[in-house]
Design a protein around this ligand. Structure first.
Ligand code: HAM
Length: 426
């Protein structure tokens, strides 16, 4: 039997992993500009965290979690998303006690959902997300939406659509909930078994059902926007005003529901409009989740955030034909002739590497011709040539592989010479 990676997972090999590093570094830098700090939480948590946090009636909790019993008889789940974990860590570590509020955090790491894999939908995928806890100012909603858009714009993406909605506060949601129950109850028998339960437990979820999505009652379902009370309406208008002031285009879609239960007020998704982007066009999503911190045992604290998957970001980058400026070159490759030179190369490259210069050499006993070919293949900028003659004179011949120029450099000066040459001085 040949062993393969499990369905819905992938290996990121050299050549591709550099793109991931580039993206993760760029997103980290962007978050630093917005003054968000990194948080790293465990990859597995107690199952109850997601049941309570994400919501019992969601697809994620009902059928997509990787849950197992550990040897201590605890129910453990590989995290399907990051928000519940971040909120748990916020409460457990009493981050609400810090004088610096709101607490602005970002994270990047693998998430796990047992979904039917297709392009852009994996069972293990990497989410990059942010959470801002402790402020109920519409300006922070606008900041999170702006940051989410910036994540794509910073790579040069243009075919983007920001879709926003408001799910309102508790009162608005309760009124909307009653209207949804009134609307769907006459059709209850025509809905799927899950929706029959959802209708009682959480009718908003019916709007997000993949099976019943084409039922005629979906189109005529009452819109949340008609049920927003004064406060929720003002809040939503204020978020939109901030977006307009920042010059960020958006559309309002009252049918945007989101697949997790913790949302209220602002909800949003970013889609790709690019030709050739796969069937799944949602790049990222998020929203406000006032109430989640209390639900997970903390003090009353509002929160908002979003998450994107790096897989879908890369799909959008490919669909728009953008080449990431990933540098796969190597600073220097040492070419040796003879055993003594080979020995010298080992200590020389150790010294140069310690000085922060990228260096590699042959380990397959190749003849000089093969070593030159390797230098070329590895896109080395400089070749450092060592032979008996060079060793005797304590020098190396350094060849600039793009100009073909060659110079003799004393061993003692090699580090300074290469550093200056690599900065474009030579
Ligand atoms: P979500 O909409 O479930 O929200 O996921 C956010 C993003 O993760 C999606 O838009 C998509 O890019 C990506 N994603 C989800 N599932 C998969 C998958 N199977 N394969 C590849 N990518 C996927 C959340 O997870 C919330 N925690 C977001 C949030 C943060 N809300 C507030 N704060």
């Amino acid at each position: 039997m040949s062993l393969k990676a499990p369905r819905g997972t992938q290996d990121l090999l050299p050549g591709v992993s550099e793109k991931w590093q580039y993206i993760e570094n760029a997103l980290t830098e962007l978050c630093t500009n917005y003054h968000y700090k990194e948080i790293r939480t465990p990859i597995f948590e107690h199952t109850e965290l997601f049941q309570r946090g994400v919501g019992d009636t969601t697809d994620i909790v009902q059928r997509e979690m990787y849950t197992f019993t550990d040897r201590g008889d605890r129910s453990i789940t590989l995290r399907p998303e990051g928000t519940a974990s971040v909120v748990r860590a916020f409460v457990e570590n009493k981050l609400f006690g810090s004088p610096n509020q709101p607490t602005k955090l970002f994270y990047v790491g693998p998430m796990f959902r047992y979904e039917r894999p297709q392009q852009g939908r994996m069972r293990q995928f990497v989410q990059f997300g942010v959470e801002a806890l402790g402020s109920a100012d519409p300006a922070i909603d606008a900041e999170v939406l702006a940051l989410a858009m910036n994540c794509y714009q910073s790579f040069g993406l243009k075919s983007l659509k920001l879709v926003v909605n408001s799910l309102g506060d508790k009162e608005s949601r309760e009124n909307h909930r009653d209207a949804l129950i009134g609307h769907f109850t006459p059709h209850k028998d025509e809905l799927c078994d899950d929706c029959k339960v959802r209708l009682e437990k959480n009718p908003l979820r019916v709007l997000d059902c993949k099976k019943d999505r084409n039922h005629p009652a979906m189109e005529t379902a009452p819109s949340i926007l008609d049920f927003l009370n004064e406060e929720s309406k003002n809040y939503f208008e204020s978020v939109q005003q901030h977006l307009t002031n920042m010059g960020i285009p958006f559309v309002v879609d009252p049918n945007l529901v989101r697949g997790l239960d913790y949302y209220n007020h602002t909800a949003f998704e970013i889609m790709s409009n690019a030709d050739g982007f796969g069937a799944i066009t949602t790049l990222s999503g998020g929203g406000r989740y006032n109430g989640l911190v209390e639900e997970l045992g903390g003090p009353e604290t509002p929160g908002i955030g979003f998450a994107l998957s790096v897989e879908r970001l890369l799909m959008a980058i490919d669909a728009e034909g953008i080449e990431l400026p990933v540098d796969e070159s190597l600073d220097c490759y040492i070419i040796t002739m003879g055993e003594k030179a080979n020995q010298k190369a080992v200590s020389l490259q150790y010294k140069l590497r310690q000085a922060g210069i990228q260096v590699d050499k042959d380990y397959l006993n190749k003849k000089p011709k093969g070593q030159w070919k390797a230098a070329d293949r590895l896109q080395a900028k400089f070749a450092i040539v060592l032979g008996d003659d060079e060793l005797q004179r304590s020098i190396a011949s350094v060849k600039n592989l793009s100009t073909g120029e060659q110079e003799e450099v004393d061993f003692a000066d090699l580090e300074i010479y290469l550093k200056s040459a690599l900065q474009g001085g030579k």
